[in-house]
Design a protein around this ligand. Structure first.
Ligand SMILES: O=C([O-])CC(=O)C(=O)O
Ligand SMILES: [Mg+2]
Length: 220
């Protein structure tokens, strides 16, 4: 095992993302709820941290924000049972799943994978490691929010996930070995919308005992 979970971004080999995990988000996009978790990936080159910018590729014009809770895995694991799921979680982070919506819909129509519209450089703005004793979304809902230029866009709660965090770990680890430092993004609550160059995104997590974490990114 190399590296500590505090620097999970430098040891992470997989960013596994869950899509369509909140009913209100599925409704806002006019989609249909999946019967099993919808899984896709971003490469670790998608990470960007403060004070760097989210960079929109020059030929794109419909980049959307999605605020998500990230789950950080603390050890190599396969075929995890629901009872064991919690012991494989090392902590959490706040992350954004930046998505080029127009390209995503073109890809959906053509049956193409989402890698490009969701995995481009800077598509995963990410905050610091949050220890398990600071928030516990397995036992108590966490509020995820996001503002663009001061205007509230997302104001969701992790209790509204369709597939809860332990179910996601069970499902993913049945097919993909999870490793120390891997990150699972658990899907966006409702409120997705466009950002343009020059915008500022602020996003945060509020939890029990007045826990608060926030981060800020400029879009360029
Ligand atoms: O792009 C989408 O709508 C799927 C997704 O990532 C999410 O629901 O978080
Ligand atoms: Mg997402």
């Amino acid at each position: 095992m190399t590296g500590t979970l505090e620097n999970f971004r430098s040891i992470c080999t997989k960013i596994i993302c869950v899509g369509r995990n909140y009913s209100e988000h599925i409704n806002e996009l006019g989609d249909v709820a999946p019967t099993t978790p919808l899984i896709f990936m971003k490469p670790p080159s998608a990470f960007v941290i403060e004070p760097n910018d989210i960079k929109i590729p020059s030929d794109w014009d419909e980049l959307h924000h999605e605020v998500e809770l990230g789950v950080i895995i603390n050890k190599k694991c396969q075929n995890v049972s629901k009872e064991q799921a919690e012991e494989n979680i090392g902590g959490y982070c706040l992350a954004l799943d930046m998505t080029e919506r127009k390209i995503q819909y073109d890809f959906i129509k053509q049956g193409y994978p989402w890698l490009l519209c969701k995995g481009f450089d800077t598509s995963c703005p990410c905050g610091n490691f949050i220890d398990k004793n600071q928030i516990n979304p397995l036992s108590s809902s966490v509020n995820l929010w996001l503002r663009v230029n001061g205007q509230m866009r997302h104001d969701g709660h992790t209790r509204d996930m369709i597939f809860a965090i332990p179910d996601l770990i069970v499902y993913i680890s049945k097919y993909i070995t999870l490793e120390h430092g891997d990150l699972i993004l658990t899907g966006t609550p409702a409120g997705v919308g466009p950002v343009k160059r020059g915008d500022q995104i602020e996003a945060g997590i509020n939890g029990e005992n007045n826990f608060k974490y926030a981060m800020k990114f400029n879009v360029s």
